[in-house]
Unconditional design. Sequence first.
Length: 381
Amino acid sequence: MAVFFMQAMTLANWVPRIPDVQEKLSLTPGELSIALLGMPVGSLLALLSSGPLIEKITARRTIYIGFLVYLAFLPLAGWAWDLPSLFAALFLLGIFFPLVDVAMNVEAARVQDALRRPIMSTCHGFWSVGSMAGALIGAAFADAQVATHWHLLIVTLVSIPICAVIGFALPEVAPLPRTGGALRLPFALPTLGMLGLVVFCFGAVMGEVAARSWSAVYLRDVIEASPGSAGFGYAAFSLFMACGRFLGDWATIRFGSVLVARLSCTIAVVGMVLVVLGNSLVAVIAGFAALGFGLAVVYPLSATAAAGRGDRPAALNMGALSLGAFAAFMLGPPITGFVADEWGLRAGLATVIPVVALSAILAGELRRRPRPRQHPQLVTD
């Protein structure tokens, strides 16, 4: 849970500073969207080999090593001097961020299996609390007019020893049982049976990407909020996502994963509509809060379903799920940015609504399991 918190807290410090970097580099929404592609492009390349790598060196070691390298690259975005340098800085950050992301979900699934009770949603709840904390810390630095590069450097220097201690404290947990064959592929791709689950997760991640990448810019440029208030949208999103995730394990046991996911995605759609149509700071922040609450359980439920399929190693299925999820990071910013260039940021964020609605429709994929292989039987007299 501490790993989930620290991964989110460190990255969320970047979110309130996006408008400052955009203004510093004089980028349009479309140009900013190209720069923001750096992280998902790096992440997608890393995810092609994340599953096999984690299986080889263990999730625990991957978390420890990946954290230290990821944090070393965190401040680079603040030092960017033009669009290509910002893209490159986020690309390097994106290479190591998903290694920690996949490994911590695999480790959480293993601990969950050992405890024989669900903890995945609670772990992701701490991720959301970390996001809220990071967004508020970043907003405070922005309001104090501390330069972005010094702000992110301070966060890195404080976080590295904390993450090192957490990495050493992680428990040794046996791998999840699997029924598939040996791990042969050098990369992780979804199987045909996983595609519905990947698309279900994709829609929710698109909503999260919109909040992370554009909430501060939207509040500053459209709602005309102050630099300190611009970070409140993502903070509200993260706070209510945390609330949803802390309730998620109980709700899943009580009502089942499919019903919870379908209702949650519906709430997320309502929240996104409120963001797009809202004309005041309070209304838009309320919309981001509803969006966060609605999307809260989608990724934890997806991760649990992927890791527990049993047809392949958990790390390989988690890598495949994350590959689809990070595809949303690649497609989300340019779609929103280029639509915003033509019709405004309200229209850009509206593109997320039908994708999240599709996730509500595909919630039934959470209970789908691969069919057991049929083996020929020897018939004798």
